[in-house]
Design a protein. Sequence first.
Length: 197
Amino acid sequence: MQSVKKLMVVVFAIALGGRVIAAPTTDLPVAPKTQGNATTSANESEKDVKTVNNFSNDKLDESLSSELMMQKHIQQLVENDYRYQAELRKLKHEVEMEKMLSEIRKLRGEDKVKPVPAPARETVNISENKASVTENSPLPHVVLESVIGGLSRIAVINQGGDQLLYVQPGETFAMDGKQYILTKDKKIGLQIKEANL
């Protein structure tokens, strides 16, 4: 994020510096001397003024379009940097988790013992047991009650502990393929029930 800030400061300094260098001068070019009648020279001077105005309008349009391009470029850089930083944090967390798991395995002595492969028949039975457990799985439970941005939010987690949702009281939410509703009662407190849709 610091690199983006530095880049933005440099870009603005260059943009402002370019404007200072390109400041208009008060020196006007010497008008050409024409021979002939006065109406011809007046018409020519009007044409020259129109040409100068068109030229200055073109320069103004070019500077505005270059500023818009620069703003879009800076916006794109900031968005790309945000995405990069988010991915970097995610990867760092994964690396830290792997290090911690490795240390836990070393402390338990699991790294020295090779796991024995289980027979194929048992894995089939385990998957069938898991299917029956998910059908009769207990309700999710409340983990945390907090106020986020002035709104009361309740952190709800499923029995497996792999899915966390922030829910408002009275809101219907989906977890583990089922619909639940979070209710708040003064006597009972927070309670999760299956929604009857």
